[in-house]
Design a protein around this ligand. Structure first.
Ligand SMILES: CCCCCCCC/C=C\CCCCCCCC(=O)N[C@@H](Cc1ccccc1)C(=O)O
Ligand SMILES: [Zn+2]
Ligand SMILES: [Zn+2]
Length: 512
């Protein structure tokens, strides 16, 4: 046996070296032969006479839109007077849209707006552009560089609540339609514009009712586009070009109220555990035990494939060889909040309430957890995981609200609507890569799921990592350049939707 040891060791080392050589060869071959999913941009249209400039008049309209304080606070608690004023403002600001015989406008659920622009070809399925009238509240007014409801123009940016979420797309799509109709253009394909008034609190009285109205009309929609992921500048690791993130799905959510009820009493005679202490332990267990990293099991893996050939070198190798490096990429993604959100079901502690007086032991402690569920997981799986982690029957888990992850809309060369969207994005951003992805937050589209199987969520403006906290945060703003891109994106989209949408498969073409 001992005599054979050198021989055995040599064989083991040889086997190891051979395996390494084969793996390296496969990795290199896959890296250099990995297919590109990017298409060259259509002819650039920056000199197009149809270009919509962000001139003084349009910027003034946008500024005014920001000044309406259409805040949604809680489910069913909003700002009805501001909404009513904003609706009147919209009517006054887009006279051609509101007087055109081609346009029917319905006010739905008191404040939400549903426009139908009649196309000349009734055989074509309509499509829908969606946004919302409401905004989230302000928390730290003092720290804003310009007042949050001023719409002030400062150093090339328009400041205020709603500038990126989502009055830009509401006003931008109406500007595009006004521009188009004032040129006496009738679209071929019927177009809906749908603007809910309570998206920020779940859309139960706005988008939900719009969805019901369209369902009652028996409407089937070829394609829906709502607010969503942006054109990222430096958002994705290893991607130096602009990356247009088209969300073809969205995470689910589960909002849980955690409650502990224990005996309270005088602070001079505390028991060993209190309601506050028990709940704190449960919460810290949840924060210390994140849900499993699922990177590579859902649509996020396709996102890597779409950009693999365009990535900087170490990332290009990783993304072309997810079969081997998926765990490493999963770890890289888990390191930053904005990428971690793509890797797993997230856990956010959003409320924590207990106690009424300094010398009273509170008999009750309550917390709210907001989970966003990875597309490959489920509401039930998340509940089960939390129960196991908390492992304490004194902590009651009550569901406030939940939604499973959405279905995935078609994408890639087999999907004419996705390709049309990609082409439109490239008209505005000729140098950008375009990739399917999923939304880490939620949109009104959850109320439109039965209207269409092609639902996309995309914001046609550029965002850098430092812009992300502006969402629902302080100093929300949009650059004038980005607002101009938004208007022109919708304009090109409406024009492009009049071209035939052909499904080129199996040697025949179907018109949608
Ligand atoms: C690897 C690439 C990294 C890219 C990072 C991209 C980061 C994503 C950027 C922006 C996402 C912004 C989302 C904008 C839409 C937000 C809409 C919204 O806030 N919706 C509410 C809806 C809701 C849900 C549940 C209850 C009430 C309301 C939300 O999701 O909270
Ligand atoms: Zn929004
Ligand atoms: Zn929002």
């Amino acid at each position: 046996m001992w005599a054979n040891l050198p021989r055995i060791l040599t064989l083991v080392v040889r086997g190891f070296v051979l395996t390494l050589a084969v793996l390296t060869a496969v990795v290199v071959i896959r890296t250099v032969t990995f297919p590109s999913y990017q298409t060259s941009p259509p002819e650039c249209k920056t000199t197009d006479p149809d270009f919509i400039p962000a001139d003084e008049e349009r910027l003034a309209r946008f500024t005014s839109a920001i000044q309406f304080q259409t805040v949604s606070y809680e489910r069913g608690v909003g700002t009805p007077q501001e909404l009513a004023k904003f609706v009147r403002f919209i009517q006054k600001s887009f006279p051609t849209v509101h007087s055109s015989p081609m346009v029917r406008r319905d006010v739905v659920g008191n404040y939400s707006l549903l426009y139908r622009v009649e196309g000349s070809d009734a055989s074509l399925q309509p499509y829908m552009l969606a946004s919302h009238l409401d905004v989230v509240p302000i928390t730290e007014e003092a720290n804003w560089e310009a007042p949050p409801f001023s719409g002030q123009l400062k150093d090339g940016y328009i400041y205020g609540r709603g500038t990126i979420d989502a009055k830009h797309s509401l006003m931008g799509s109406l500007e595009a339609l006004e521009f188009l109709l004032s040129r006496r253009h009738q679209p071929k394909r019927t177009l809906y514009l749908a603007f809910g008034h309570d998206e920020e609190t779940g859309g139960h009285f706005g988008a939900k009712v719009i969805g019901d109205v369209l369902t009652q009309r028996g409407e089937k929609i070829a394609f829906i586009l709502d607010e969503g992921s942006p054109v990222g500048d430096g958002l994705a690791p290893g991607v130096s070009k602009l990356l247009a993130l088209v969300s073809v799905a969205e995470k689910g959510f589960l909002q849980l109220r955690l409650e502990v009820n224990e005996e309270g009493g005088h602070a001079s005679m505390p028991r060993s555990e209190s309601a506050i202490g028990i709940l704190s332990k449960a919460i810290s267990k949840l924060e210390d035990n994140p849900h499993p990293n699922m990177f590579g099991t859902g649509p996020e893996a396709r996102m890597m494939e779409y950009v693999a050939t365009e990535m900087t070198l170490p990332y290009r190798i990783l993304a072309s060889n997810l079969w081997l490096f998926s765990p490493l990429v999963a770890w890289v993604y888990s390191r930053k909040p904005q990428t971690n959100a793509f890797a797993r079901t997230t856990t956010a502690l959003t409320r924590f309430n207990a106690g009424v007086k300094d010398n009273v032991i509170s008999p009750e402690a309550v917390a709210v957890i907001d989970h966003r569920i990875h597309p490959m997981s489920s509401v039930e799986e998340v509940m089960e995981f939390d129960r196991k982690v908390i492992n304490d029957p004194r902590v009651k888990l009550n569901v406030i609200n939940n939604r499973p992850p959405s279905p995935t809309s078609p994408y890639g060369k087999d999907s004419p609507t996705y390709m049309m969207l990609q082409e439109t994005i490239q008209q505005i951003y000729p140098d950008a890569l375009v990739t399917p992805t999923f939304m880490v937050a939620n949109t009104d589209t959850r109320h439109y799921l039965n209207l269409s199987s092609a639902i996309y969520r995309f914001n046609p403006y550029v965002m850098t990592p430092s812009d992300l906290p502006r969402f629902h945060g302080v100093n929300e703003r949009i650059s004038v350049q980005n607002y101009e891109r938004v208007m022109n994106f919708y304009y090109h989209l409406i024009v492009n939707m009049d071209k035939p949408l052909e499904l080129k498969r199996h040697g025949h073409e179907d018109e949608l």
